[in-house]
Design a protein around this ligand. Structure first.
Ligand SMILES: Cc1ncc(C[n+]2csc(CCOP(=O)(O)OP(=O)(O)O)c2C)c(N)n1
Ligand SMILES: [Mg+2]
Length: 586
């Protein structure tokens, strides 16, 4: 016989049946029944945040690091609206997330009741799907559907809006968790079209100047190993998007670095001159393509993506393939092996060698590591790049790096080499300042034995610094490395380059920043300030030593405030058109 449970208890039981480990949330009036059900159970841990936005970013970080959906619980009205930024962040980067928002009781809906807000309406443009619960009996089935929708096809956030009275402790319903579900209108395509897959393999083996351009879909789709095997088999260069870093080993010779607006010159030039581009789980974002009309003029474009709406949205695909990266790449690899066995003279190794000679020449001339300032022992100022280079060395390239948004994010993406997927965690699509610390907290909860670092700027950090209190409550020893340039650096850079250096509101807070070391200490943590270059490495070595392994440490590094992020795409150009520094272009 089925158990008789209240709607609130049924919700919690259903989440347990989905093997949820953590709920990230904040209580309130409409959520009281749900919070009572949380109180009565022990299987899931509830993490009490200090702001609902942080709950969504924690769930998001947890999801990015593990591949499992993160779960958020918020109350109605302001609790729900505070969650919107984090929902949009997850939506833009295709991250699986379940957001349970409580709602006013059914008989109050539409009356402007206290803390009523139309969450289904407000969240609609930034969710993959949403559900409004109509009665307690529906709750288990809706939870099942929500997890299915959030995690299949192109993943994304799903909202479940639950009127308070459907969770009432006194109203009991039968609890049955469905084993399977059918949704008539939702059937994500997985396998890809066989004819298109054959065409893709044919184009790849005949290519003389191939480039593999892979994005977040490879990371989220757990297809990095397959992608790597294919790239090695073809001896093809690989470039990753900001979201795709780690999809192919960052320290491998065949890796050209990130592409796009702040991508490596060798990656962008290779894209521009390629004859075949194999785009996998990437969506030709405007931060990648520069002017789409000038994009890769000679290339046959193969585009594999799970979302049919992404294909030919910005750049026309010659060979479109709709399917999940792991399934389709496995078929491509199988076919590739067969073809290469039958045609041992393919791919044309002479042409490929020639291609690599050109690429290596670009790498030699423009490679990020060749900045002469790095080897200038007399230099006293700390460059932001120094910090990331040291961080990479001292953490052995093995850290989970969660970044905020701005110049520091681009420096981290450029200079930390990610050899495995899911270790680079940042808000790529929405570019949400305030993401870094809570995301790092979600990662640390998921993977307590791992080294988890938040690379931030002082501007971004101040957007969610209240979570230092949550870190103390749950003992989350993340390491926060702040590239403090006393400015909204990325805004300032654009003002330098396009507004004749008029720093409208990008530097005005310089004189009113807090003492970050004292701030961290007041929250019960440790902090260090680094303002001399010679102190940088010793302090970082100490922070990542055993001595501090169970402490949260904030490292406030005073970096050169005049530094810009380069290379940088020249607006309106093709991919090969870039600023190399303040005075030179490609
Ligand atoms: C919530 C939010 N508001 C505004 C922006 C626009 N923005 C992008 S980068 C940036 C500056 C970030 O400053 P900081 O965190 O100090 O990083 P820096 O660029 O100095 O390294 C701003 C304001 C944003 N991305 N997110
Ligand atoms: Mg800054």
């Amino acid at each position: 016989m089925a158990d008789r449970l209240s709607g609130g208890d049924a919700l919690i039981r259903a989440l347990q049946d989905e093997a949820v480990e953590y709920l990230f949330g904040y209580p309130g009036g409409a959520a009281l029944h749900i919070y009572d059900a949380i109180f009565k159970q022990q299987r899931m841990e509830h993490i009490l945040v200090r702001h609902e936005q942080a709950a969504t970013h924690m769930a998001d970080g947890y999801a990015r690091a593990t591949g499992k959906p993160g779960v958020v619980v918020v109350t109605s009205g302001p609790g729900a609206t505070n969650a919107i930024t984090g929902i949009a962040t997850a939506y833009m980067d295709s991250i699986p997330m379940i957001v349970i928002s409580s709602q006013v009781a059914r008989d109050s809906l539409g009356t402007d009741a206290f803390q009523e807000t139309d969450m289904v309406g407000i969240s609609r443009p930034v969710v993959k799907h949403s559900f409004l619960v109509r009665c307690a009996e529906e709750i288990p089935g809706i939870v099942k559907k929500a997890f299915y929708v959030a995690t299949t096809g192109r993943p994304g956030p799903v909202v479940i809006d639950i009127p308070k009275d459907t969770t009432d402790t006194h109203v009991l319903v039968d609890y049955n968790y469905p084993e399977s579900i059918k949704m008539r209108s939702y059937n994500p395509s997985l396998r890809g079209h066989t004819k298109q897959i054959r065409k893709a393999v044919d184009a790849l083996i005949h290519s003389r100047r191939p480039v593999i351009y892979s994005g977040g879909g490879v990371v989220q789709g757990n297809a990095s190993a397959l992608l790597t095997e294919i790239a090695l088999k073809l001896n093809a260069p690989v470039t990753n998007t900001l979201m795709g870093l780690g999809a192919f080993p960052g320290s491998h010779r065949q890796f050209l670095g990130m592409l796009g607006m702040h991508g490596n010159v060798e990656a962008n030039k290779a894209m521009h001159h390629a004859d075949v581009i194999f785009a996998v789980g990437a969506r030709f974002d405007d931060r990648v393509t520069n002017d789409p009309a000038k994009f890769c003029p000679d290339a046959t474009i193969i585009h594999l993506d799970v979302d049919p709406a992404s294909i030919s949205k910005i750049v026309r695909a010659d060979i479109p393939i709709v399917g999940t990266a792991d399934v389709v790449l496995a078929r491509i690899l199988e076919l590739l092996n067969r073809e290469l066995e039958e045609k041992p003279d393919l791919p044309d190794q002479v042409a490929l060698d020639d291609w690599w000679v050109r690429i290596d020449a670009w790498r030699e001339a423009y490679g990020l590591e060749h900045d002469p300032r790095f080897s200038d022992a007399a230099r006293e100022t700390i460059l932001p790049q120094d910090v990331i280079r040291s961080l990479y060395r001292i953490t052995g390239g093995q850290a989970y790096v969660c970044s905020d948004v701005g110049q520091h994010q681009m420096f981290a993406a450029q200079y930390y080499k990610f050899d495995s997927p899911r270790r680079w965690i940042n808000s790529g699509g929405l570019g949400t300042m305030g993401f870094g610390l809570p995301a790092a907290m979600g990662v640390k909860l998921a993977l307590p034995a791992e080294q988890v670092v938040c690379v931030t700027g002082e501007g971004s950090f101040m957007m969610n610094m209240q979570e230092l209190s949550t870190c103390l409550q749950y003992g989350l020893p993340v390491k926060i490395i702040c590239l403090n340039n006393k400015a909204l650096g990325m805004v300032k850079q654009w003002q330098d380059m396009q507004y004749a250096g008029r720093h409208s509101h990008s530097t005005s807070y310089a004189g009113s920043l807090p003492d970050f070391v004292a701030l961290s200490e007041s929250f019960g943590h440790s902090g260090f300030k680094v303002d001399k270059r010679c102190d940088l490495d010793p302090v970082l070595e100490k922070v990542f030593s055993k001595e501090y392994s169970d402490r949260l440490v904030f490292v406030d590094v005073q970096v050169d405030p005049t530094e810009h992020v380069y290379p940088m795409a020249i607006k309106g150009g093709s991919m090969r058109d870039m600023f190399l520094n303040k005075s030179e272009t490609t």
